[in-house]
Write a protein that binds this ligand. Structure first.
Ligand code: SF4
Length: 363
């Protein structure tokens, strides 16, 4: 904890809170800041940040949990693939329990489907090499932090001459929904607590259009309590000064140019496409699909399955929660019918989900 303690210092936190309190009194109207990243959502709950803020500053959670924003139709597609005898589904653990229209990968596994949890896309490549008689489909779910590693796995499979490693891509990029939500008059987002990990890849410049076109303050913020308080203080200051800009509170990790190498490998393998976000709907050019040169690795193009039109659980409010328009406790299923042990919606499944965070840390 030696290094973490410096970012959890009580005296510094008190001074930051005093400054935030003063800024809140200077503002002409209440401020609403959206944290876009699921890890921030968890950290804000864990450290009780909301409860420390003055009444004039409200935090709302956004669409930054990749599992949560992946639409039901994608889960249905994965379920249909899992039902094929010649397919092994390889995925990170959270996706297994996300409910689809009528089943989940967890249910399919219980019925005999070959669904395996992996810890890296390269584990799935190794699986494909080990079991050449099966098609190994890796579920490509994640933002700019995850996608470069998946791109690397595709290149590794290509180098190894594997023809049984495939990706079902639901990769997404984060600035698109930020622009959509910043334009939503119902939300009135005063500023964004920009994601830390994603920013380490895309760099601060990726948020400049939000400032130039929508006048939204943006602060890339770390995950420790003092990081988050300082990020909020920087946002509030931008609002008071009426001078929106992109600032980087997390400069100890996020470089001015992000990670060009990771972006290059991502661009080599993937290209932008329109994508559907749970709750938000389709956002142009906010998804990533495999380029034609890599179509041999694209499960969506290589394996035909029948998929019924997707059906959301009628009582689940995940869509509204992912837009910051409501909170987990407003959902009548929260904590009763929907729990982490028996989730109804993706926001309760994921370790970064807003409902899971509220369930774990809410009081
Ligand atoms: Fe959906 Fe469960 Fe959250 Fe309600 S509590 S919004 S059902 S995930």
């Amino acid at each position: 904890m030696k290094y973490l303690d410096a970012f959890r210092d009580r005296e510094v936190a008190i001074r930051l809170l005093e400054r935030i309190g003063w800024l809140a009194t200077e503002a002409s109207s209440p401020m609403t800041f959206m944290e876009v990243c699921g890890t921030h959502t968890m950290a804000i709950h864990q450290h009780g940040i909301r409860g420390l803020l003055p009444t004039g500053i409200r935090l709302i959670s956004g669409p930054g949990c990749p599992v949560c924003v992946t639409p039901v139709g994608y889960v249905d597609h994965a379920v249909a693939l899992a039902r094929r005898e010649d397919v092994i589904i390889a995925t990170f653990g959270d996706m297994v329990r996300v409910p689809g229209s009528s089943s989940s990968l967890h249910n399919e596994k219980a019925r005999g489907a070959d669904v395996r949890i992996v810890y890296s896309p390269l584990d799935a490549v190794a699986l494909a090499r080990k079991i050449p008689e099966k098609k190994v489909v890796f579920l490509g779910v994640g933002f700019e932090t995850t996608t470069p590693t998946v791109a690397g796995a595709v290149l590794a499979a290509q180098s190894a001459g594997l023809d049984n490693f495939l990706i079902l891509s639901a990769h997404k990029t984060i600035p698109g929904p930020m622009a959509v939500l910043a334009s939503d008059p119902e939300l009135q987002v005063s500023g964004y607590i920009c994601p830390a990990h994603v920013s380490a890849i895309i760099g601060p410049a990726a948020y400049q259009p939000l400032v130039d076109e929508l006048n939204v303050p943006c602060v890339i913020t770390g995950f420790e309590p003092l990081d988050m308080l300082q990020g909020i203080e920087m946002l509030a200051r931008q609002v008071i000064e009426n001078r929106p800009r992109v600032e980087n509170q997390y400069s100890r990790i996020v470089r001015a140019d992000g990670n060009p190498r990771a972006r290059a490998i991502m661009a080599q393998v993937f290209e932008p496409c329109d994508a559907t976000w749970r709750g938000i709907g389709e956002i142009p050019a906010s998804g990533l699909r495999l380029r034609d040169a890599f179509r041999a690795f694209d499960a969506a193009r290589q394996i035909t399955v029948d998929i019924e039109p997707p059906v959301e659980h009628p009582g689940c409010l995940c869509g509204e929660i992912l837009k910051g328009k409501t909170t987990p406790r407003s959902c009548p299923l929260f904590g009763t019918i929907c729990t982490p042990e028996d989730p109804v919606g993706a926001c309760m499944v994921s370790s970064e989900g807003t409902c899971a965070a509220e369930y774990k840390y809410g009081v």
